[in-house]
Design a protein around this ligand. Structure first.
Ligand code: ATP
Length: 279
């Protein structure tokens, strides 16, 4: 566990929301704190056409969730709205019970967002960059430095920690951006295509780090076109097509729904997406 995990941001009580759960037999709705990590309800975004179409999504705390779908299905748009980078036209986003549209700062404190085209400061070394990001979160260098060292080491960047990022390859930059996103010990990690463009060794480093985070209790939602990764790493997989969730569940459940116990995720994916396109 990271050293400053104990100082992890907690959601102020006044920002927490209560959700109505199943009604009791006497008809009185029971209210309890929302235990899901991410709750998306009726999320909608239109550009020149509908990109995300009244999407509902629930990610449980501690879950590793993979969002897959064809190009242009609305995966990135969905995650950008969840991360507070894009205003939805309609719908709501709740992160650990925080209304992310009403309280974006509180929501951002408990999450990390890593884009598929990450931006880092080229003139800084990875260690300086991580110290800079930690500073933005108000974490003292004495606390953030060992965390940064540990992150860089798990991502195989230790030998390069004092080199300026300007000479780094795309994969190395991706890993620096990932380390930067994790430096404040977020509880929800949102990743857009985190493994694309990484060589096998780097991909293994990233997968190892993400698995470690889930073991430590974090929740991860990621998009990927590498179906084998979704198949191997995710607890549940959501298939999105034309801005809608067309299937969701464990791989076993998705297979059962399709009536083929031994089908690969790739075959399931193609069948589901073809069905959606024909509809
Ligand atoms: N800023 C934007 N302006 C206009 N249209 C956009 C914008 N961002 C996304 N779109 C459109 O919204 C739709 C969904 O795009 P999005 O990037 O969310 O898909 P995706 O599932 O992430 O695709 P990919 O797998 O190719 O990354 C596409 O039709 C895309 O062209």
């Amino acid at each position: 566990m990271l050293e400053f995990a104990a100082a992890r941001f907690t959601v102020p009580k006044h920002l927490r929301v209560m959700v109505a759960t199943d009604a009791k037999p006497d008809g009185v709705a029971v209210m309890k704190p929302d235990s899901s990590a991410l709750e998306v309800l009726g999320l909608t975004k239109r550009f020149d056409r509908l990109a995300v179409d009244s999407l509902d999504l629930t990610i449980h705390a501690g879950e590793f969730y993979a969002l897959v779908g064809p190009n242009g299905a609305g995966k990135t748009t969905t995650l950008r709205m969840v991360a507070g980078l894009l205003r939805p036209d309609d719908g709501g986003v709740s992160i650990f019970g925080i209304d992310a549209l009403k309280n974006p700062v509180a929501a951002k404190q408990v999450m990390a967002w890593v884009s598929d085209e990450p931006m880092i400061y080229d003139k800084l070394t990875p260690l300086e960059y991580l110290e800079f990001v930690a500073g933005l979160w108000g974490i003292a260098p004495s606390v953030s430095k060992p965390v940064a060292e540990e992150l860089l080491s798990s991502l195989g960047l230790e030998p390069h920690r004092h080199e300026r990022c300007e000479g780094f390859s795309k994969g190395m930059r991706q890993k620096v951006a990932l380390a930067g996103a994790l430096v404040h010990d977020p509880r929800l990690i949102i990743l857009d295509e985190p493994l694309t463009g990484l060589d096998a060794v780097s991909a293994r480093h990233v997968k190892g780090l993400l698995n470690e985070r889930v073991q430590a209790g974090c929740t991860i939602i990621m998009t990927t076109h590498i179906l084998e990764v979704a198949e191997r790493m995710a607890d549940r997989i959501g298939v999105i097509a034309a801005g809608r969730l067309v299937a969701e569940g464990t791989l076993t459940k998705l297979r059962q729904q399709n009536g083929h116990a031994d089908t690969s995720l790739e075959d399931l994916f193609i069948a589901l997406v073809t069905l959606q396109e024909a509809a």
